[in-house]
Ligand binder design. Structure first.
Ligand SMILES: C[S@@+](CC[C@H](N)C(=O)[O-])C[C@H]1O[C@@H](n2cnc3c(N)ncnc32)[C@H](O)[C@@H]1O
Length: 399
């Protein structure tokens, strides 16, 4: 996600209006009731699950505006059509290697990526048999239908929305941009040589972090994370991990036969994620183009995210029976899929358009913007050729 205004939460913080504040109060009360029923403590991943996905209430389940102008954040496909055009090039290569391939996109946001990928594939003469979208948010699904109805109306018969991962096997591509970062995470604190799970309690009606001794299983998991970083954590070190990454990714990818899964998100290999200097973890929230550090503010109104441990994602892929066909950063992925050629093709003879695209490409590719923080990973099954997006710089050795 990109935030236009990089101010911190202490400056002129945007405040919700009456309806929004009322909605957030309902979400707060819903979660607080669960904390009380549970005896005063719930895990952080349960809190995050409720704040994001509680039916009719959570950030993704209710009507928050979320993406784009007037929303909470902007993603790569929202920033530039170049992202979708390059993803389309990668999809074309995969679809050419399988018979009658289809695409499944998970979490399609405003529908921008789907529109750009379909248009790119149409230009390349290799449309997928079907483009399915698995989306949990009813209002985003409506936005996707509206956007695709306007930008590719003639392709409507190929596009379908599904409520759960497909059961029937298909060949082709699965795509997910910035979906993994919303999977609920478990938080922990390392203090005085002991590990605590940081859950959520209530103090004078407000949510607060509350430690309790970690289970042996959690202690063993955190020891693996610490060992990967190869250094001791300082007293008070806090971080998080995503216990759902393997079961969730297995559930959404198990129907894929021959083809590839393309994951795009911000994150790091485990050895870098858990370095001692990253002492307060990577949990961040987004509200109206602002980065907010406190996950307990405005429940239901702000997105809550954590960076992806790409080593865990690679392990999940192998457990799910895929090979890890590529891992690189967004800048190299876009360069490998010929972002330069896409700029020329999208701009045609229009020099102003070319200059605008060049500016967008910088935002997507510069190390200080999205180029390095964002990574791309490909899982592949029964797929012959290497993937162009991962050919320029192979970072798998860092996992
Ligand atoms: C940050 S937005 C990214 C949207 C889009 N991929 C883009 O790049 O603009 C996250 C998207 O994932 C969806 N989402 C979140 N959790 C999901 C889940 N567990 N299963 C399917 N979709 C999910 C959200 O509703 C939203 O469409």
């Amino acid at each position: 996600m990109q935030i236009y205004d990089t101010g911190t939460s202490s400056q002129r913080e945007p405040e919700p209006g009456g309806n929004e504040a009322g909605h957030s109060a309902l979400v707060h009360d819903h979660i607080a009731a669960e904390v009380r029923r549970a005896g005063g403590w719930i895990s952080f991943d349960r809190y995050m699950d409720l704040a994001l996905y509680a039916p009719g209430l959570g950030y993704y389940s209710a009507g928050a505006h979320k993406l784009g102008a007037g929303g909470d954040f902007a993603t790569a496909p929202e920033i530039s059509r170049l992202f979708g055009a390059c993803v389309a090039r990668q999809c074309a290569e995969i679809l050419a290697a399988v018979d009658e391939g289809s695409i499944l996109e998970i979490g399609a946001g405003s529908g921008c990526l789907a529109g750009d990928v379909l248009q790119g594939l149409e230009r390349a003469g290799c449309l997928p048999r079907r483009y399915s979208i698995l989306e949990v948010s009813a209002d985003l699904r409506a936005r996707q239908q509206d956007h695709l109805g306007r930008c590719v109306p003639h392709l409507a018969s190929r596009i379908a929305w599904i409520d759960s991962p497909p059961a029937a096997r298909f060949d082709g591509v699965i795509l997910a941009n910035e979906v993994l970062d919303a999977l609920p995470v478990t938080r922990f604190r390392w203090s005085a040589g002991a590990l605590a799970e940081l859950g959520v309690g209530l103090e004078r009606g407000r949510f607060v972090p509350v430690p309790r001794p970690a289970s042996p299983a959690m202690a063993a998991q955190c020891e693996r994370l610490r060992a990967a970083a190869g250094a001791d954590w300082p007293d008070g070190y806090e971080s998080e991990y995503c216990p759902r990454i393997a079961p969730w990714t297995l559930a959404v990818t198990s129907a894929l036969g021959a083809g590839a899964v393309l994951w795009f998100d911000y994150g790091l290999p485990r050895a870098q994620y858990y370095l001692p200097e990253r002492a307060s973890g990577t949990l961040l929230c987004h509200y109206r183009q602002r980065v907010i550090e406190d996950p307990f503010l405005r429940p239901g109104l702000q997105d809550i995210t954590a960076w992806v441990d790409f080593t865990a994602l690679a392990e999940a892929g192998e457990e799910a029976g895929f090979g890890i066909a590529g891992y690189t950063n967004q800048a190299y992925f876009l360069a490998g899929t010929r972002v330069d050629a896409e700029m020329r093709s999208l701009a045609g003879q229009d020099q102003n358009r070319y200059a605008r695209l060049a500016n967008e490409a910088r935002r997507l590719m510069m190390p200080g913007e999205m180029g390095e923080r964002f990574k791309a990973m490909a899982w592949a099954r029964d797929l012959g050729p290497p993937l162009a997006g991962f050919g320029l710089r192979d970072l798998r050795h860092t996992l």
